[in-house]
Design a protein around this ligand. Sequence first.
Ligand code: NDP
Length: 453
Amino acid sequence: MSTFTVLNPATEQAVASVPASSAEQADEAISRAAAAQPGWRAVAPGERASLLRRFADVVDAHNEELAQLEVTGTGHPVGQARWEAGNVAAVLRYYSAGPERLLGQQIPVPGGLNVTFKEPVGIVGLIVPWNFPMPILGWGLGPALAAGNPVIAKPAERTPLTAIRIGELALEAGLPEGVFQVLPGKGSVVGQRLVDHELVRKIVFTGSTEVGSKLMADCARQVKRVTLELGGKSANIVFADADLEQAAATAPYAVFDNAGQDCCARSRILVERSVFDRFMELLEPAVLGVAVGDPGDPGTEMGPLISAEHRARVASYVPDGAPVAFRGQAPAGPGYWYPPTVLAPVGADDPALTEEVFGPVVTVVPVEDEAEAIRIANDTPYGLSGSIWTRDIGRALRVARAVETGNLSVNSHASVRYWTPFGGFKQSGLGRELGPDALDAFTEVKNVFIATE
Ligand code: NDP
């Protein structure tokens, strides 16, 4: 059996060797899921709910272990990694309310009675990226299991360790064999097999727009259900009437969290021209203050990038002579480090302004007014996230309605709350995850007429 090596991005040292599953092993896992499916959908709602709550409790009991795996396997700062493991448990607990709320309708019809049922969609393939291995796994896993579906997760090759452990914890919590399986392996082999196999009825994919759109086309051949969470190039819009201190203090965390490897990163800061210079004065100390370093240190706010290749890709957006306004620190020596970097002024066609960098690089652009801010914010094929800073509530709502993006924050840099819907406009994705309606993405509506005459 072939294996792949997981490297610690902070040290470049090998931390684990993981077997790479084959297409045949994916087929075997799909057979196991198919065998588990009737039993799992037949588990009484209350029992399925308590199994999910027990699963959440077991994940919580292993929070520190999972966090440490993520620190060494992905370079995430330990505080962030603890939050990520906690997020898996919180999402499982939130959706544990789902099995008892899969309500249908009774619709008046002549000559009888019409009722609807929410049936499980079938085997779900979760294809997970390397940037947030635990939360993104949990966002698909919670509602898919709650709706009565077996799940097979394919973690990213570089970051399989926490998913493998969460798969073991599911069994420890009492989930039946075959209901949740984790298959580490190559996307082009295992992931593609999940997409192509007829028994897999739904794919949940998070990753690049390039792979996502290909998988969508592949799924179309079988009219397979698909949810896509893809790239982003989100705007952080700062108007002159905003609390500039707060906007500037949080702007680094809106883009440099997870070293910028975040589809919600607000990597374009659009600042009303009358306050541009003041904003830059405030932004500089905030950027220089980002604590970049040892992911195991609880004070660290930003760790390394995921790989040497990815660092080279990020660095290509800051070529020699690039307009670096200022730049934070990064450790020297081993590790895929890249300092928080602010570019200004940039040309309208600079790739750092127009493309998803997926690293700690932000561009800052002056805008004349509200209309120009909206125009530039929307001048991208993406539409995932964004922030608006203003004290004018009318403007906040006007701009929020005009920006073509799925998730916006007013006077805040936060993106994802698991109890609210998350997803993208345009090429940022298809469908919504999280929030109260996510169960609908994992069920089919069955409509039954019962004659009474
Ligand atoms: P990919 O889209 O290649 O990978 C995401 C996931 O899809 C991984 O699990 C990958 O497996 C799997 N995959 C790849 N090819 C296939 C396939 N043919 N069939 C099924 N599954 C497949 O993203 P990358 O990791 O290459 O990152 C590239 C860029 O994508 C980033 O720089 C960033 O711009 C963007 N990205 C966006 C993310 C987001 O959150 N929206 C997350 C990650 C990346 P494997 O690990 O084996 O390749």
